[in-house]
Design a protein around this ligand. Structure first.
Ligand code: SAM
Length: 365
């Protein structure tokens, strides 16, 4: 792998492929342009109204950029054109806790879009309300994306400008939207990024771990066996690992990571940009023990694990044994030894002998 790695588990995490979307639309936008889809399609969710607290800059992501439409009378039939935002899908990052992190361009895009495509109308409705932005909300969440994506694509093909947001952070990063983006690109619809907050990137930027190569793996499976399998897969990756986890499952994740990855550096970034923002740093085994002895932490968490040490000698023997046992529970001994060899840098033959000492039999190798 070269350069920074960003491996999204977005489809799996968001369930977008099988997902359920409720698209609900306003009959008209505030300029009176028709936004209604074909009759019989879902009804209006609602709008965020009143309470303007932040003033948006002039509409359009960048004055003078190609996002702005020329003032052509031919385009003025759409509310989008009147507001100066070119047709297309705008992927807009929103705050992960601190409203002040919302950029001027994001505000302008939300204000100028024909509609805002969101995960949860209550969450995004509140955000827009705080901003004093009044746009129709189209609810696109995990359960019916496949069914409703075509409607959004049709709207886009007809020239609409849609802003895609998630509840917080950057859409499509462990959030819905990847398949919508892909389908829009495949259909030749312009897709533009309006970048901003992203919890995994924010955590990485302050963790003090190597950032030249990192691998974002999102949430690992909640079930122990599947989680351990994924950790064993990640073990050989020579990059900082960036994971998401909930407070109640943090101790189990750290314990498994310590057993399978060995004594690496770990950073726990909690409640970033919020009142109780906290960064805890340590070695995996040590921090796993501390967290296990405490009540589960509250709030939102990113876990970052440093890359494996360069020298195999630094992988503790007990960690090697734990990795061998875990691998041997699901693989024949030869393959288990080779997998742990890749993770630790130790010779496969030595690990195979050790597996036999640990009571795992011969196989066909
Ligand atoms: N797309 C989002 C982004 O770009 O930040 C991530 C969505 S993912 C479903 C949500 C997870 O991100 C949370 O469960 C938590 O693990 C992490 N997260 C979100 N906000 C956070 C924050 N303020 N501090 C730490 N972690 C956060």
């Amino acid at each position: 792998m070269s350069g920074a790695e960003l491996r999204g588990r977005t489809a799996a995490a968001s369930g977008e492929a099988s997902g359920d979307v409720g698209v609900r639309e306003a009959a008209t936008d505030r300029d009176g342009a028709t936004l209604a889809d074909t009759p019989g399609e879902p009804e209006e969710t609602g709008r965020a109204t009143r309470g303007r607290q932040l003033r948006a800059p002039p509409p359009g992501p960048d004055r003078g950029s190609s996002d702005r439409l020329p003032s052509s009378p031919g385009r003025a039939a759409s509310g989008t054109a009147e507001r100066g935002l070119a047709p297309g899908l705008y992927v807009v990052a929103t705050p992960i806790g601190n409203l002040g992190d919302l950029g001027r361009r994001a505000i302008a895009t939300l204000e100028s879009a024909d509609a805002v495509v969101c995960e949860d109308s209550r969450v995004t409705g509140l955000l827009l309300h705080r901003l004093g932005i009044d746009r129709p909300l189209l609810v696109y969440n995990d359960h019916s994306a496949a069914r409703l994506r075509p409607r959004l694509l049709r709207r886009l093909a007809e020239g609409a400008a849609l802003a895609l947001v998630s509840d917080a952070g950057t859409p499509t990063i462990s959030d819905p939207g990847y398949r919508l983006v892909r389908a829009a690109l495949d259909a030749g619809i312009p897709v533009r990024a309006v970048p901003g907050p992203c919890a995994p990137i924010a955590a990485l930027s302050i963790a003090g771990l190597p950032t030249d190569r990192f691998l974002f793996a999102g949430f690992l499976p909640p079930r122990a066996a599947a989680r351990r399998r994924e950790l064993a897969e990640l073990a050989p990756v020579r990059a900082t690992l960036v994971l998401l986890e909930s407070g109640p499952r943090l101790a189990a994740l750290l314990a498994d990571a310590a057993a399978i990855l060995g004594e690496r550096e770990v950073v726990i970034a909690r409640e970033l940009t919020k009142l109780h923002e906290e960064l805890r740093r340590g070695r995996l085994g040590e921090l796993a023990a501390v967290i296990a002895a405490e009540p589960p932490p509250r709030g939102e968490i990113v876990v970052l694990i440093g890359p494996p040490e360069a020298r195999a000698a630094e992988v503790a023997p007990e960690a090697v044994d734990a990795a061998l046992r875990e691998a041997a529970a699901r693989l024949p001994p030869g393959r288990a030894a080779r997998q742990v060899a890749a993770a630790t840098g130790r010779p496969a033959a030595e690990l195979y002998r050790r597996l036999r000492e640990l009571g795992h039999g011969e196989d066909e190798r």
